[in-house]
Design a binder for this molecule. Sequence first.
Ligand code: XMP
Length: 527
Amino acid sequence: MNNHNNQKTQPQTILVIDYGSQYTQIILRRLRESYIHSEIAYPSITLNEIVRKKYLGVILSGGPNSVDDNGAPQIPHGLLQSGIPILGICYGLQLIVHNEGGRVASGGKHEYGDATLIVPPSSPHTQAHPLLQGIPHESRVWMSHEDEAHTLPPHYRAIASTDNTTNAAIEHVSKPIYGIQFHCEVAHTEYGTLLLENFAKNICNAPQTWTPSNLVDTSVKQIRAESNGKKVLCGVSGGVDSTVAAALVHKAIGNNLTCMFIDNGLLREDEVANVQAMFRDVLKLELHTINAKDRFLNALAGITSPEEKRKIIGEMFIRVFEEHARKLGEFHYLVQGTLYSDVIESLASKEGVSQTIKSHHNVGGLPENMQFELIEPLRHLFKDEVRLLGKELAIPHNTLWRHPFPGPGLAVRILGAVDDESCRILRQVDKIFTEELHNANLYHQIWQALAVLLPVYTVGVMGDQRTYERVAVLRAVESTDAMTATWFHMPHKTLETLSNRIVNEVRGVNRVVYDISSKPPSTIEWE
Ligand code: XMP
């Protein structure tokens, strides 16, 4: 697939170089909360690239290394001499000191936790320091370091201290280079967001224009320019990302967009009708629904291996998509709902800085060898920004805040072989589960809730009759990014209602269990 490079209309951006800190993404979040756009890159980025992309300033993140370690990641060559504003955080500060001729050494003990930052008061005749503007004489900051700037390089001076660290914040006397030993990005640092905003606004002159309505306007312009009057195809799933992407592209190019929705027979109860109604009545968008239920279910018949199921579904999806795309006309572009977290993840694994824990088959994702160029209108956004954008585009709240649903659908929630009858049972269980979570006002406290049907029969008694039926599992988790999750402490009253309703209303289930496993060691889905 021909990946379209989205750097043509780069928003005015601060670059964050990731040296391996677990807080790097939070730096981006903090800046975006101040309506300032920022992006991540890795230490291999060159000064040429930084200049070419016209970044307004560069933040060097913290990281686990010591500057003297063999192979410790470095500052891009020439960056300190370039005149581009720089802020080093923790390891970032130490890199600056080390490279400019100062001495970084272990502070003797590991300083971890709260400290009081002391900012010298400005006199009535002097202006507050541009980086520290608005930060009071004493405030709480969060430290996590062993090494520190022991001796400052020539032309550098301290601008704030703590009891333990004289050089808690430093600056170059004439160049826009700053460093802080504490972590301004974590919530424990009282004025951390303000400090980042000061750097971006006062020192880098970054505009605070990263707002949902501006985002819609810029994205619309960008999509119009990119698609250049040609026809665009968008595969939708009814989930947040593809719906927002479709609405945005439609706003930009109107009827040049065609949306396609594949009913693979593995969707939730009423899903097809709901998605169709939303596209028709709310988004006012034509939707081509392809009924491919039999093809998917026939291909899955008798298959019990989770990986084999995923493979079959993925391939079938591609085949159906290709066939129908050809019937619908000539398309030059394909919309994908890629998010910034996907971009970071694939960059990080390319750079070898993070491990892929589990690779999901994205059934909404499309074949590598299709001759489309990609339009990825969400590739600069995090999930919650997509929701803000969706709100701006008047996408209903219920759609924006739905729980995630996996591409392979019910097939990975029906353990063992998938057939019509199992799909019917699981759809009914899932429907009752969702209804009762709404009734108990719990749906939005839970990150994801799902039901699983086990290929296990147990004995029960209903009326005076012996039953021998299947077991349904209910699972609900709290999470922020699905990488880790904890099981949700469901009130007993809700569990009782759920168990009663499911056993009484769903033919084929006589036992309900609640999953109390977290991730890790379990995963969210059972397959
Ligand atoms: P696991 O089971 O790996 O799931 O803990 C993490 C999150 O990803 C969803 N999931 C998928 N999403 N295609 C998707 O689009 C898939 O193949 C897939 N498998 C799991 C899962 O629902 C959870 O939100």
